[in-house]
Design a protein around this ligand. Structure first.
Ligand code: ADE
Length: 239
């Protein structure tokens, strides 16, 4: 069975695809009283499992970032098994590299961490991670999507040290979960795909947080459109 696991961090990023594909909610899939949220369905003969980290019980916001992402990916892959994991969400882009708000990128080659600086031999490379992404160039070409190296950290802002790290490996799609999920996928030998819709330009004129909030709906709509197409493509062609 072709089983496509989709992992999305924010509820606002996920509602469109749940509605479009009619994915039904599965209560307590990973245990009672836990925040994780799961919806399931079928597209063109492929089984779809959509997972989100849910809300933080203390702070009442979506559990974004690498810790929930890694735990949830492990639960999803272990519980359901996966032919492929797609991490879909929003991201920051670079105007200098041709990004515009609403562009949707498919991950190319590797996904790296830009905020794990450990200047000790061996640990330096471990910090960057550099986990493989499935080669989806054919899909990107057919769907007219950009491709770029996705780069992960736990901050919305972009300090110089993070920028310097990104420059070393050509990171151009800045977000907060992909490398953590790709790390889990690499351990389980499951192909990983990042699909990221741009909400803000990190080298643009607007403050990142303002642009993010202003463009979240538009970027989520663009993400839904391209995610549905990508799922249909994967259901037909596999990875
Ligand atoms: N998600 C959307 N925009 C982002 C940015 N600039 N940095 C990290 N995660 C993001």
């Amino acid at each position: 069975m072709n089983r496509i696991v989709i992992q999305i961090a924010m509820e606002a990023e996920a509602t469109g695809v749940i509605d479009r594909l009619g994915l039904r909610e599965v209560a307590d899939a990973f245990g009672e009283g836990l925040p994780w949220r799961v919806n399931q369905g079928e597209v063109d003969g492929a089984e779809i499992v959509l997972v989100r980290p849910g809300l933080d019980e203390h702070f009442g916001v979506d559990q974004i970032g690498t810790q929930p992402a890694a735990v949830l990916a492990e639960l999803a892959v272990r519980t359901f098994g996966a032919s492929v994991v797609i991490n879909a969400g929003t991201a920051g882009g670079f105007a200098a590299k041709g990004a515009a708000v609403g562009d949707v990128y498919v991950s190319s080659s590797r996904v790296c961490f830009h905020d794990r600086r450990i200047a000790i031999p061996g640990y330096d490379a471990y910090g960057v991670g550099s986990y493989p992404c499935a080669d989806m160039s054919e899909m990107a070409h057919e769907l007219g999507l950009k491709q770029g190296i996705v780069t992960t950290g736990n901050a919305l802002d972009l300090p110089e040290a993070d920028l310097a790290m990104m420059a070393e490996y050509g990171g151009e799609v800045k977000e907060m979960e992909a490398a953590a999920i790709a790390w889990v996928c690499a351990m389980h030998n499951v192909p990983f795909i990042g699909l990221k819709s741009i909400t803000d330009l990190v080298d643009g004129e607007h403050a990142t947080e303002d642009a993010f909030l202003a463009n979240l709906n538009l970027a989520s709509e663009r993400l839904t459109e391209e995610l549905v197409d990508a799922i249909q493509w994967l259901a037909r062609n596999g990875v």
